[in-house]
Design a protein around this ligand. Structure first.
Ligand SMILES: Nc1ncnc2c1ncn2[C@@H]1O[C@H](C[S@+](CC[C@H]([NH3+])C(=O)[O-])CC(=O)[O-])[C@@H](O)[C@H]1O
Length: 322
């Protein structure tokens, strides 16, 4: 684990991110101490047992698929499937690892397809994905030619899932750090910052937007994806309790309200690029995520509503400049 982070420190030491080294090592040391009391040691064991299989065949441009047929024996494939299943639930993907199809709860590739035509080309860019989950989109960012890709997500499980994929595709320019957005100093160094599916989990969304802006170099691009509702610039839904059975949903603005919030924190050229209802094909239960999924979160008699009676999940993609 220290090796993962040491690789990251070495990679940023001579870069515009070097000032991160003033705070990051102490934070990750603290995280390591805390995490050692949870499930992390068990997932680390899983990672240690993954077979060593190298490949030159990696497709991270049209999907995330690693390996060519025949590189992994049938026995290794069985063993790997068993080990990866010990890291369930797999939510964001899908991944194909040496023929093993990790059919995740979400078709994260569909979100990627929706946003890619609308963003500045990633070629040569240093990018940050805040709340990156298992890191599916990190690979797709690298696939678009980003030079250096960093994801942050506070979940220990998602870090380990990411490391499992990285084990089979050890790209030194793709990293995931177990941090929440609140742990970031004002880095002002990234060319593009993504944050998808996180704003509604924040109690203070305007502060969150300011934190995103503080990670960008002047002129850098924000790509923001979040739940929205229909309405004008003063429309925002604050659920009385749960939203789609999630306890931690705080603010669901209209796209017009969100645009206003972004402008109020100083973003320029804010544009609403896409708005899509989440379908039952995009988020569903699979062999790799056996818990409840979207179908269980919607009103069984009217799927335009959540089970609590709110508008069903509608997601928008906005871009803006720092
Ligand atoms: N304080 C925090 N700071 C950063 N991340 C956080 C925080 N709290 C929770 N998260 C993380 O934000 C992610 C939200 S999921 C979107 C994944 C991906 N981006 C996707 O667009 O598919 C959307 C959803 O499941 O509702 C999870 O991985 C959390 O661990």
């Amino acid at each position: 684990m220290s090796a993962w982070f040491n690789q990251f420190y070495a990679a940023i030491a001579q870069s515009p991110l070097s000032h991160w080294l003033e705070t990051l090592p102490a934070q990750l040391k603290h995280w390591q101490q805390e995490a050692s009391h949870g499930d992390l040691p068990q997932w680390q064991k899983v990672l240690k047992n993954l077979p060593e299989v190298s490949t030159n065949q990696v497709d991270i441009v049209s999907k995330v698929a690693i390996g060519a047929p025949g590189e992994m024996s049938e026995g290794e494939q069985k063993q790997t499937t068993h080990l990866l299943k010990r890291m369930m639930p797999w939510r964001k993907g899908p991944f194909n690892v040496h023929g093993i199809e990790i059919n995740t709860e979400w078709r994260s590739d569909w979100k990627w397809d929706r946003l890619l035509p609308h963003i500045e080309p990633l070629k040569g860019r240093t990018v940050l994905d805040i709340g990156c989950g298992s890191g599916y989109h990190l690979w797709r960012m690298r696939g678009e030619g980003a030079q250096f890709v960093v994801g942050i997500d506070p979940s220990d499980l998602f870090l380990c899932q990411f490391q499992a994929i990285k084990h089979f595709n050890p790209d030194e320019n793709v990293h995931l750090l177990p941090l929440g957005v609140e742990a970031l100093p004002e880095l002002k160094a990234f060319d593009t910052v993504f944050s998808m599916g996180v704003l509604y989990h924040r109690r203070s969304p305007i502060d969150f937007l300011a934190q995103l802006k503080a990670q960008l170099r002047p002129g850098g691009e924000l790509v923001l994806e979040t739940l929205v509702i229909e309405g004008d610039e003063n429309t925002v839904l604050v659920p009385t309790d749960r939203y789609a059975k999630m306890r931690n949903v705080w603010f669901i603005p209209s796209t017009a309200a969100l645009k206003l919030w972004m402008e109020r924190v100083g973003f320029k050229d804010v544009q609403i690029k896409d708005c899509a209802i989440t379908t039952l094909d995009e988020q569903r239960k699979t062999d790799w995520m056996e818990n409840e999924s979207l179908v269980d979160f919607l009103d069984p008699t009217d799927t335009s509503k959540t089970i609590e009676g709110y508008p069903a999940p509608l997601r928008a993609i906005l871009t803006a400049k720092a």
